[in-house]
Design a binder for this molecule. Structure first.
Ligand code: TRP
Length: 331
């Protein structure tokens, strides 16, 4: 069988993030620090998925503002537009072209089975079609770039599995165009809500989330108010303490080792852990906040970066879409 993917331009890595508001530590340590690190080893493309966000952010002003602000956050965290392609999904119309081709190969049952769809009201008559089709667009995001590595959180593994199903079906039905993809999950465990350690940190519960541009006083206050445990159960570290320790580990391993030794010898005072974590987080976030302030002064440059990013993305996506169109009998 002809391999139509041969000699097509590609990236090694592709990932996407929804522009749903300010970045918090869950996004930072769960995804972005990993992206920054991957830039050193691979050719990467990072996409702000505003079409996806359209399924949950109905307000135009808000969507636009969120998109601008997350791009600045990504730059502040260290995504380097000279090394990686940073772009906004809706600037590259190829995403929608491939999306429809894929939608025609995807079954309703496969989409209705997705956990995220069910959680977002999949059983209601009024649920949006965009919510149902969300993973099809995600498959297009990934496969347009020939990316074989996709850094995602655990909650996206099901969507990746569906991406594989779609690409195999396409290849089998129309000819080999899409290479296999593999999820890269981060080592960092899920970052939990500081006030409610049974839930993930989320921007919808700001009192339990630390945002990357929170003032230092706020950061310390939020950490101070974090839920701990009674210290009675010495069998195993509780999720709340594990969460604080995990955050400390992400900021400063030496401090983490100190606190872990104290914990293991049953000498850890939670007050001390919180003071240490507050300090380390402030230290860690300081350059990010400073960089964010600088980027906020350079709006024109940011626009230029996105313009160039979309151009580079398109130059990779276009040839693959052209072949996909031909293989399915369009144009
Ligand atoms: N669905 C992903 C999330 O909510 C975001 C996303 C969209 C994505 N397209 C992608 C992630 C492509 C990886 C690759 O986190």
């Amino acid at each position: 069988m002809t391999n139509h993917s041969k000699n097509l331009p590609k990236t090694d890595v592709l990932s996407g993030i929804q522009p749903t508001g300010n970045l918090h530590l869950g996004n930072l340590f769960g995804a972005i620090t990993n992206w920054v690190d991957l830039q050193n080893r691979y050719k990467c493309a990072f996409c702000v998925v505003d079409y996806h966000a359209l399924t949950t952010v109905p307000d135009a002003q808000e969507l636009k503002a969120n998109t601008e602000s997350i791009v600045i956050d990504l730059l502040a965290c260290g995504i380097d537009p000279n090394r990686s392609i940073l772009f906004v999904q809706s600037d590259v119309p190829e995403h929608l072209e491939l999306y429809w081709i894929f939608a025609s190969l995807t079954r309703y049952g496969e989409l209705a089975r997705m956990t995220q769809f069910k959680e977002k009201g999949g059983n209601r008559e009024t649920v949006g079609l965009g919510v149902l089709n969300y993973p099809v667009l995600q498959a297009a995001d990934i496969l347009l770039y020939g990316a074989s590595k996709v850094p995602v959180g655990e909650d996206q593994l099901q969507h990746l599995e569906l991406t594989r199903e779609i690409l195999r079906r396409f290849n089998k039905t129309h000819g080999f165009l899409f290479e296999e993809v593999q999820a890269l999950t981060t080592k960092v465990p899920r970052i939990l809500d500081l006030k409610n350690p049974s839930a993930k940190m989320s921007k919808s519960h700001p009192e339990g989330a630390v945002f990357i541009d929170d003032e230092e006083g706020i950061v310390r206050k939020k950490v101070k108010k974090a839920v701990t445990d009674t210290g009675d159960d010495q069998q195993e570290m509780s999720p709340s303490i594990e969460n604080l320790m995990g955050l400390l580990h992400a900021c400063n391993q030496d401090q983490y080792n100190l606190m872990l030794d104290a914990y293991n010898s049953q000498n850890l005072r939670y007050g001390d852990l919180k003071v240490s974590l507050g300090n380390e987080l402030c230290e860690y976030l300081k350059p990010i906040r400073e960089s964010k302030n600088e980027w906020l002064q350079k709006k024109e440059e940011v626009r230029e970066i996105l313009f160039e990013g979309a151009k580079k993305a398109s130059s990779i996506a276009r040839p693959r879409v052209e072949i996909a169109r031909k293989l399915v009998g369009l144009g």
